[in-house]
Structure formats: C-alpha cells, structure tokens
Write a protein that binds this ligand. Structure first.
Ligand SMILES: C[S@@+](CC[C@H](N)C(=O)[O-])C[C@H]1O[C@@H](n2cnc3c(N)ncnc32)[C@H](O)[C@@H]1O
Length: 219
C-alpha cells in the first residue's frame, strides 16, 4: 500500500477499541464490534510455530493489531535482550520494540511494568500479551505472533509506525508497551512509540502475514 497512514488516525482507531474494552462491550463480541477477531493458532506454514488468524473481515487500511513489547530508546542497554531475538523491531527513529514473550525480554517487560504505576494502583500498560494462551486484555495486542509471508506469498498486513500522543489514564491499561528507561508521572506522560499491523488489502478469514524486512513510517 503506497499511501502513508496518518499516525493520529491509527491511534484514534485503537483508542476507539479501548473505549469499548473499558465499557466491557468488546470481549464478549469483538467480531460484531470490529467485524473481525484475532486468534493465535498453529501456522499454515510448516514448522513456523504459531501464527495469527483473522476471522471475519477487515478492509484495506484497517489497523488490525498492535505489535507489543518493551520500548528501548537509542542509548538504552538493549544488547543482551537483542541476542538471538527474532521478535525485535526497529523504528525509523531508532527506537526498538522487543515483542519476545519469553526469556530475558519477558522479565524486562514485567520488571519495567511493575515500577510503572501512577498513585500506586493505576496500571499504565497491558502485560497480558505475555500470556502463552487465552485472552489478552486487549485482543489486538498479538502482532508479535504474526509470521513472515511464505516464499510464494504476499503480505496482507504491514508494520506501520505510529504514536499514542495522549491517552486517558484509564485507557493506558490496554496499551501493551512500557518504556525501558522512563519513569512517568501523572503530570508527565510520554508519547508512546508503537507499531500497528495495517491491512494492505481486504482480509477475510485467513492467516495474517507481514514482511519482516519492511516497516512503513506514518505521517
Ligand atoms: C516473531 S516470531 C513469530 C511467531 C512464531 N511463529 C511463534 O510461534 O512464536 C518469528 C519466528 O516465527 C517463525 N517464522 C515466522 N515466519 C516464518 C516463515 N515464513 N517460515 C518459517 N518460520 C517462520 C520463525 O521461527 C521466526 O523466528
């Protein structure tokens, strides 16, 4: 898809989903509200482990999933978690998003999340994407499980950078990111550097595939 997505448009669409999650109206009927739902299942590619399947329909340009993980800014010590890590994405501004749900990467996310509370009880991120099985708090936080397109196939989703510029505190618990190095306060929140998986064509009842070598920027 040649056209660049607008970062604010992507963030707005996810915030709309968070609003429904907050009202309790989405988990029971994700497919009715969004037109699709995502599941982690054995991939159709032999020996590729699990992948993400979309049931229902999503039209071209829809941000269908978020790539979760710890955000390392340039200068943060990312060497150790980077070793043999196939879940690491680099944005054009140099920030890394580590979506590896196990090993050292998992420990780092949990550890950063545990220090990242406001007033001692408001969660500022969703940690449930680290779960191997079952529902995640945000059903779209499983972009890290999407496989690279097969040799003879085209991607149907594209990594697209965007930022959550300002998010109501009560919705932060649906965002599957934590900064490695920042300490936020209620008065001082950083824009959250994220990556969406955006449909590059109409997608219907199929496994999602990206191209691991290409990340689009947004306006
Ligand atoms: C980011 S993970 C994707 C999720 C992974 N399939 C899982 O079950 O956790 C990347 C890993 O998935 C597998 N993979 C992804 N795309 C593949 C492909 N086209 N062919 C074979 N293996 C693939 C490789 O093992 C790769 O290191």
């Amino acid at each position: 898809m040649e056209k660049q997505m607008n970062s604010q448009v992507i963030a707005k669409q996810f915030l709309h989903v968070f609003e429904h999650l907050h009202n309790g109206s989405i988990h029971s009927d994700c497919r009715r509200l969004l037109g699709y739902e995502l599941k982690r299942c054995k991939s159709s590619i032999p020996n590729a482990g699990r992948g993400v399947f979309l049931s229902g329909k999503a039209s071209a340009g829809t941000p269908v999933a978020i790539y979760p993980g710890t955000i390392f800014l340039p200068g943060d010590p990312s060497l150790l978690p980077s070793i043999r890590n196939n879940y690491l994405l680099r944005r054009s501004d140099g920030a890394l998003i580590d979506g590896k749900p196990f090993g050292l990467s998992r420990l780092i996310f949990s550890s950063c999340a545990s220090r990242n509370y406001v007033d001692g009880n408001i969660e500022l991120q969703d940690e449930t994407w680290l779960k191997e099985e079952g529902n995640t708090r945000n059903p779209l936080s499983i972009g890290h499980m999407i496989n690279h397109r097969p040799d003879d196939g085209e991607p149907n989703v594209m990594y697209t950078e965007f930022e959550f510029e300002s998010v109501p505190l009560e919705y932060r618990r649906y965002i599957p990111h934590v900064y490695y190095s920042s300490h936020e306060t209620e008065e001082h929140q950083l824009p959250i550097k994220s990556i969406a998986m955006v449909a590059v064509r109409d997608v219907e009842d199929e496994e999602l595939f990206s191209d691991y070598c290409f990340i689009a920027t947004s306006q």
